[in-house]
Structures are given as structure tokens and as C-alpha cells.
Design a binder for this molecule. Structure first.
Ligand code: 13P
Length: 285
């Protein structure tokens, strides 16, 4: 199947109470590891290209590689810009054939976040692409200690309807105690906030910062209304560990070492599909 926007799969996930993951990938072995897992588990999947990597000259070629591999499977596969830094960058990735883009204006004043997100939505419409925006600020796990309570950075439920109506975004990333990277202490997710936002808007809700959450926390967040989960750091750390131990073998080769990336993605993605309820959910045409 050719690449598809993940819009329909996320609507389906929000109706039936499971989540579709986004896995950030950086090179070929990781892409192959995700492919191994998504074929095995028959799971719809989003390949994420993290914005700083989208600036590299090989980004267009990397996305073409994902497109070719998607054509080799009947599972729905999307390629999405993760944390798009500007309207221009989102436009550029749409030109490259990305099927979905995230524009991250979460650090801007609300009006500016709305205006920019809306511009991305208008541009994406021509491509049939889906658009995610972020309201509230999902911080870094390192900063988590300074967050606390329904405090700084958490999505204000009073603004979600205005934001979704005025921008027309397809998916909304929200902040409710989740954070990117490794957490310093056990994260506490405010699931009441997720439920409240779920009541207020119909668009599929997104949780960034999958690393460091327990299976139970994932299941709780999905039951409360999360339909997409972004995941990266744990897979990257496992890949690094695998490569370190492979390299310690004096007979190691370039192939045996780099295989560690593929294995890490394959194992992590397979497990996460089962936890998120994504396994077997691919709409096959
Ligand atoms: P983690 O690195 O915490 O898994 O989060 C990834 C992410 O949210 C990418 O957008």
C-alpha cells in the first residue's frame, strides 16, 4: 500500500479505544525494525521524522525510503513531521510527500499558536494530509520536578474548544504530566484532565513522551481518551545498548553491530502494539 494519512486510523482508534503509535526513526535499520514489527502485529503505524533531522539534506531521501517500504506492505503506514518548527518547515515536508505533519507552536502565545497552526491546516488540505498541533507544553523529563500538580505547562481545558475550532487541526497533543525523555521520578498523569478534554473536543488526542511510563499508565491514558502515543527515547537507548554489547565481541562486524538498532525497534514496537491495543487493527484494503 502506498503511504496514507493516519487521519482515518486515528478516528477509528478514538472510536474503539486503542492508540496508534508514532515511532521516531533516523536511519534505515530502525525503519526496518519498525517494518518487522508492524507486519508481524498487523498494526497501523506512524513513522516520525523529528524536526531537527528534517533539516538534514538526506531527509527527502529518507522519506522516499519509507515510502518504498510502505509499498511493500498492505498495512496503513504514515510519515509525519514530529515537532515541526515553523509553517515553512511543515510546507516543505508536505512537498516531500509526508502524509501528516505536527506543527509545534506550544511555546508561543495562544493567538500566535492558533494563527500558525491554522496556516498549516490550510496548506495541508491541498495534500489531503493530517495536522497535529500542541496546546499546553509537554516539557522534558529532566524538568519534570519543576512541573508538579495541574500546574505549569498543563493544557488549559478552557481553551481546547477555541483552539480546535479556530485552527481546524485533526489531532491535538495535550500536556497532563507527560514529558519527553527520561523522567527523574515516577510521572503522575492527570487522567481527569484527559477525560475533561475528551468531553470537550472530538479530535483524536495525542500523548507525547511515551518513554518511562508503565503499561498500566499507558492503558489508563488510552482509556481516558488518548488515541496516539509518541515514543522514542527508550528505543534509542536500547539500540545503543545492543550496539555496545555487539561491539564488545572481537569478531563483531559493521553488520552485527548495526543489527542492534533493528532488533531494538522490532522488540519495542511489537510490545507497544500489544500494550496500546494496536495489534491486528490495520485496516487492510
Ligand atoms: P520519548 O522520547 O519520551 O519517548 O517521547 C518521544 C516523543 O514524544 C516524540 O515526539
Amino acid at each position: 500500500m502506498t503511504l496514507v494519512s493516519i487521519k482515518n486510523e486515528l478516528i477509528k482508534a478514538s472510536l474503539y479505544g486503542y492508540a496508534v503509535p508514532l515511532f521516531d526513526v533516523f536511519e534505515m535499520q530502525g525503519i526496518e525494525g519498525v517494518m518487522d514489527a508492524l507486519i508481524e502485529k498487523r498494526a497501523p503505524t506512524i513513522f516520525g521524522i523529528y524536526a531537527p533531522y528534517a533539516k538534514l539534506p538526506n531527509c527527502r531521501a529518507l522519506s522516499a525510503y519509507i515510502r518504498c517500504r510502505a509499498e511493500d506492505t498492505e498495512m496503513p503506514v504514515s510519515i509525519m513531521l514530529d515537532h515541526g518548527e515553523s509553517v515553512a518547515q511543515c510546507l516543505q515536508m508536505l512537498e516531500y510527500g509526508f502524509t501528516d505533519v505536527m506543527y509545534d507552536g506550544s511555546r508561543l502565545p495562544l493567538e500566535e499558536n492558533i494563527a500558525n497552526s491554522r496556516q498549516v491546516v490550510e496548506a495541508a488540505y491541498r495534500f489531503g494530509a493530517g495536522v497535529e498541533a500542541e496546546l499546553g507544553q509537554v516539557g522534558m523529563g529532566d524538568d519534570y520536578e519543576s512541573l508538579g500538580g495541574r500546574g505549569y505547562g498543563f493544557t488549559d481545558p478552557q481553551t481546547v474548544e477555541i483552539f480546535v475550532n479556530e485552527t481546524g487541526v485533526d489531532f491535538l497533543a495535550i500536556a497532563f504530566g507527560n514529558a519527553h525523555g527520561l523522567y527523574k521520578r515516577t510521572p503522575r498523569l492527570d487522567l481527569d484532565l484527559v477525560r475533561e478534554i475528551r468531553q470537550r473536543v472530538k479530535v483524536p488526542l495525542v500523548m507525547h513522551g511515551g518513554t518511562g511510563l508503565s503499561d498500566e499508565q499507558f492503558r489508563g491514558a488510552i482509556a481516558a481518551g488518548i488515541s496516539k502515543v509518541n515514543f522514542a527515547t527508550s528505543i534509542m537507548n536500547s539500540a545503543t545498548e545492543n550496539m555496545r554489547s555487539a561491539a564488545a565481541d572481537p569478531t563483531a562486524s559493521m553488520f552485527s553491530i548495526s543489527e542492534g538498532i533493528r532488533t531494538a525497534y522490532h522488540q519495542w514496537c511489537g510490545q507497544l502494539y500489544d500494550i496500546f491495543g494496536t495489534s491486528g487493527k490495520a485496516s487492510v484494503r
